[in-house]
Design a binder for this molecule. Structure first.
Ligand code: OAD
Length: 257
């Protein structure tokens, strides 16, 4: 902790690189590890566009109940002490921004401003044809997903999904599934931010998903120090200057106090 505090004190352009672990204390299970989402559902089925398409066609009831479960977890969540500590650090002029793999919007809700979402954002839907942005509110989105309750046909799900106001195409959540490209504007913003950071704060990520993990490694290769905050060692641990293991909601406020 002393070493991490000293690194923090020397830095003037800190960037936070976050993953699912920062939202664990907000009640959102991580993807891997003991209670990870990918232990309960198959990533190939629920985490890829072709898997979801096949579910819609062949088992729409299972897709509807998965979406209802996810909406319950994601849309009611509130930022925790770790999200707030990151937002405070930015407000104090010490943190230049956040690069996150999370789609839950909790950094924004905590008051962070300069945020780049490598895997998209649940609230920001897009038209699948013309890519027009369609923003939802959390309650609006919850109501939309609740309309899938009891659905047994693909049409019962599809008929509830809004169409694009510009071209009439179908809209979908602006989240990145496996096999899809990362959003260019978010990647460009993240790359620019990370190129100028002088301390990387890695929080709550196993560092196994690419290309996201390589964004963190690039900073270290350039010579900037990295502080890692995770529950247990992961793929980025060997790149870290200092690793602190425990819950981010406890450690982070203590670190920046
Ligand atoms: P993972 O589930 O792979 O890793 C979560 C990390 O959080 C682990 O390293 C845990 O040690 C740590 N952790 C758990 N609870 C914590 C806590 N309270 N405080 C601090 N750390 C904690 O999640 P990600 O690395 O974010 O992508 O996963 C990366 C990507 O894989 C996700 O963005 C998602 C997923 O499949 C897509 O869906 C494209």
């Amino acid at each position: 902790m002393d070493r991490a505090r000293a690194l923090l004190a020397d830095a003037s352009r800190i960037v936070a690189f976050t993953g699912a672990g920062i939202s664990a204390e907000s009640g959102i299970p991580t993807f891997r590890g003991k209670d990870g989402l990918w232990n309960d559902v198959e990533v190939e089925t629920f985490g890829t566009p072709w898997g979801i398409r096949a579910l819609l066609d062949n088992d729409p009831g299972r897709l509807a109940s998965h979406l209802l479960d996810r909406a319950d977890v994601l849309l009611d969540a509130q930022p925790n002490a770790a999200h707030k500590a990151i937002a405070d650090l930015e407000q104090a002029g010490r943190l230049a921004g956040v690069v996150t793999q999370n789609v839950d919007g909790l950094h924004r809700d905590a008051g962070s401003r300069n945020i780049f979402c490598l895997h998209g954002d649940l609230i920001n839907w897009r038209c699948v044809d013309c890519r027009q942005l369609h923003q939802h509110s959390r309650p609006g989105l919850k109501q939309l997903v609740q309309s899938f309750t009891g659905a047994t046909t693909a049409n019962e799900i599809l008929s509830q999904i809004p169409h694009c106001q510009v071209c009439g195409g179908l809209t979908r959540p602006g989240v990145v599934l496996f096999g899809e490209e990362l959003p260019t504007d978010q990647v460009e913003g993240a790359v620019d931010l990370l190129a100028r950071c002088d301390l990387l704060l890695v929080i709550g990520t196993s560092g196994v998903v690419e290309p996201a993990a390589s964004f963190a490694r690039t900073v270290v290769r350039r010579g900037a120090p990295m502080i890692e905050l995770n529950m247990e060692p992961g793929d980025l641990t060997s790149s870290a200057t200092v690793s602190l293991f425990g819950a981010a909601g406890n450690i982070l406020p203590e670190l920046i106090a």
